[in-house]
Every structure is written in C-alpha cells, then in structure tokens.
Write a protein that binds this ligand. Structure first.
Ligand code: ASP
Ligand code: MG
Length: 411
C-alpha cells in the first residue's frame, strides 16, 4: 500500500472554500494510487478563541479541562472535512486522538507522544482510502484527553508518518517553504529546496516558525522526510531531511534572528567554584531558559558574568538574582532589553573555515557592535543592539551569498 501523510494547518482549513481546496489536493493523491492519512489543525483562530473563552470562565483554567476544550477545535475540522470527502464518494473516516489511540504522557497542554497504535491505523486503511486524524491531541494512560502544545498538529503528523513508515510527511501551510531568512525584512530571501533537520531545528528555535520544533526533533529521530509546502499552490516547497553531501557546499544555509532577548550582567562576582551554579540553578528551577553565557577572565579574584534570557523573564530573573547577589559578591546587576540575536546557520560550517570572520566583518562594515558571540558546530550567533537587527540580517544574508541562487561567498 502506497501511503502519504498530509497535514493541513489552520489557515488551510479556515472555511468551506479552503477545505474544498484541500479536498482537491487529497483527491489528486488518491488518483495517483495512494491512500492518505490527513492530519488537520483547528480552523484558524479557533484555538485562540477557545483559550480566550476559558480565561473568561476561570482565572486559572484547570489544565486537564483546558485540553478537553482545546481538542474540540480539531474535532470540528476533522468531522467537517470528512463530510466533504464522503460527499464525493470517498471512503473516509475521522479519528480523534484517543480513538487511534495516540498515547501521550500526562503533561496537559504540552504532552509528549509515547506510542501510536500503528496496527490499528493500518487495519483502518484497508477499509478506508482516507483516514482523517485530529492533530494536536492524544490521551494519557487513563484515557484523559491531552494536547501537544501550540502548533502540535505538525508533531501529530510526523509521529503518524514515523509509525506507519510513510514515504514522506507533507506539511501544508500558508507559506511556500522555509526561506534563507525572513522575507519580510530581506526581500532577497530565497526558498530553500532542501534543509537538514539540524539546520531546521536551529532556524525554528530562532523564530522561523514554520514547524513546531518538536515535530522536527521527531522527524530527525525517526528519519521521516518532511515536505513543507503551500496549500495555495502546486509548487514544491522545502524538504527537511537528513544531512547529505550536497548541503555542505554552502557555507551558510540561512540567517535567523531573535528579538526576544534580554541581556543581564552581574558585575564583580567571585571567581571561584560554585558561583555559576549559584546563579543559574535558581534560574533554571524557575524554568527560565538561559541562552548565551559569557564569563570574563578574573581581575583580583572577581569577574563579570553576562547572559541572555527571554525578555518576558527579565523581571523574574532580576528578582532571583537579588536574592543571591550578596552570596556571589556582585557589586551590581545590570540589564538591557534593547538587544537582539542574529545567527548564521549551516551544516557547511563544519568543513569551511573563516565563517566567523566573514560574519564579523560584514557587521563591522555596517558599524554594528557585537556584544556577545556564541557558537555551535553549525551556528554562529551575535548579540547586537536591537535597532540594527534588520540591517544585520540583510548584510549577513548578502555576505554569505544567500541573495543569489548558488550560494557562495561574495568577493
Ligand atoms: N490548533 C493548535 C494550535 O493552534 C494546533 C495546531 O494548529 O497545530 O496551536
Ligand atoms: Mg501550525
């Protein structure tokens, strides 16, 4: 049995007309001899509407009941879509998460998928040509409904594709793929034909919000090719796959930015074992994600420690630090929210030298000061003044030759 898994996002199923367009796409695939598992999101705006409603009803909506409520968004879309299929004679049936079942842990609102009954889906596929599964939802071991976190339908689709060993998991959305950078700030941004899972993870975690990060982690773990493409055209989109030789020829595959950053500096902390732990342990206990960290060499047993946190956590971080300030000997705690992180990403960095130098001199040419630098095997990130973000993105995009079809360095 040839099998395809297709996921359609909220804007793709927003109304009757949109759903009819999706039906056309599914009919075409059936014509090519495939059976299809269609995973749907809630109609666009619906999940937000339900969240707002719960907040009106209750100051602190019960997390279990919240999931029961949110799951109704996807329940409505799968039933409506299945009606459309049946109207034109397709053998189709809808399934909610708990009916499959898609087993998850008990983390309501951000549950992780533990298991999918693939034999059951396969049995169903013998009887039906299209199985329409509600995305974003599953159930725990006590049959309570869970949801997988915002954007979780991507993860539902990839997990089902992995369980069934589907050739590819197509993610249909309102953009036509993954771009070398944000086209809204850099008109030269190009659609990437093929990107490695790892690159996509770096792009996704830095604001390229095309796929839920967890879905990419899932795809990487089970080696599921993911094709991100537009519902509104027939053009191929971006393939997210395992790294291959062809990807190494480019030094850099994309430029990402993140304005959700705040810089915090602890001045004159003791330079001795345990100080960093005393700073970061209470921060991590509060579930605040620290990103870039730098510690300067010590002068007379004291040093400065600088790091970044998401901007929404600045206050809380400062409060935590006030409590340990004396213990760690800090003479002052400084913070700055007018910062942004720009990053160049690419698996090609592993075997090209001089990538950092190109990035730094591009920023220098625009007179942009770098406050913090951090690197990984496939990424170089610089913290800069927020007002220069767009300029920095454009200049890095150009410096790495991403403005042109065949990436190379601009002489
Ligand atoms: N409907 C859910 C949300 O808006 C899940 C999804 O669309 O992927 O987050
Ligand atoms: Mg989505």
């Amino acid at each position: 049995m040839r099998l395809l898994v297709q996921k359609y996002g909220g804007t793709s199923v927003a109304n009757l007309e949109c759903m009819q367009r999706v039906r056309e796409k599914v009919l075409k695939v059936l014509d090519r001899g495939y059976k299809v598992v269609v995973v749907l999101s809630a109609m666009s705006g619906e999940t937000n509407r339900l969240i707002d409603m719960a907040r009106k009803w209750s100051k602190r909506p019960d997390p279990c009941e919240m999931d029961v409520l949110l799951a109704t968004g996807e329940q409505a879309s799968v039933s409506l879509f299945t009606m459309l299929l049946k109207d034109c004679g397709v053998k189709a049936r809808s399934f909610l998460g708990f009916q499959v079942p898609i087993q998850t842990d008990k983390s309501f609102g951000k549950a992780r998928i533990l298991d999918i009954d693939k034999e059951k889906i396969k049995d169903i596929l013998y009887k039906y040509d299209v199985v329409v599964v509600a995305g974003f939802q599953g159930c725990d071991c006590e049959q309570r409904i869970t949801t997988l976190g915002r954007g979780g339908s991507d993860t539902s689709a990839v997990a089902i594709a992995a369980a069934l060993g589907a050739e590819v998991c197509e993610i249909y959305t309102d953009v036509d793929g993954v771009y070398t950078t944000d086209p809204n700030i850099c008109p030269q941004a190009r659609k990437i034909k093929k990107i490695a899972y790892e690159e996509m993870l770096e792009m996704a975690s830095m604001g390229a919000k095309v796929l839920q990060i967890r879905s990419v982690e899932f795809a990487k773990k089970y080696n599921v090719p993911v094709h991100v493409r537009s519902t509104f055209s027939d053009e191929p989109g971006t393939l997210v796959v395992q790294e291959d030789k062809s990807m190494e020829s480019a030094m850099v595959s994309g430029v990402a930015y993140d304005k959700d950053q705040a810089r915090i500096t602890l001045v004159d902390v003791y330079d001795e074992p345990g100080v960093a732990a005393r700073i970061f342990e209470p921060i991590s206990r509060s579930n605040i994600v620290v990103d870039m960290i730098v510690q300067n060499p010590s002068r007379g047993g004291k040093t400065d420690m600088t790091f970044t946190v998401p901007r929404g956590n600045t206050e809380e971080t400062l409060n935590i630090l006030q409590k340990v300030k004396d213990e760690i000997g800090a003479s002052a705690i400084l913070h700055d929210e007018d910062v942004a992180k720009v990053s160049v990403i690419g698996v090609g960095m592993r075997n090209h030298s001089g990538v950092a130098a190109i990035a730094f001199s591009a920023l220098k040419n625009e007179n942009i000061n770098i406050m913090i630098i951090s690197t990984s095997e496939i990424k170089i990130s610089c913290l800069i003044e927020e007002k220069y973000t767009e300029l920095a993105v454009r200049t890095l995009h150009e410096a790495f030759g991403l403005d042109h079809e065949t990436p190379g360095i601009k002489a």
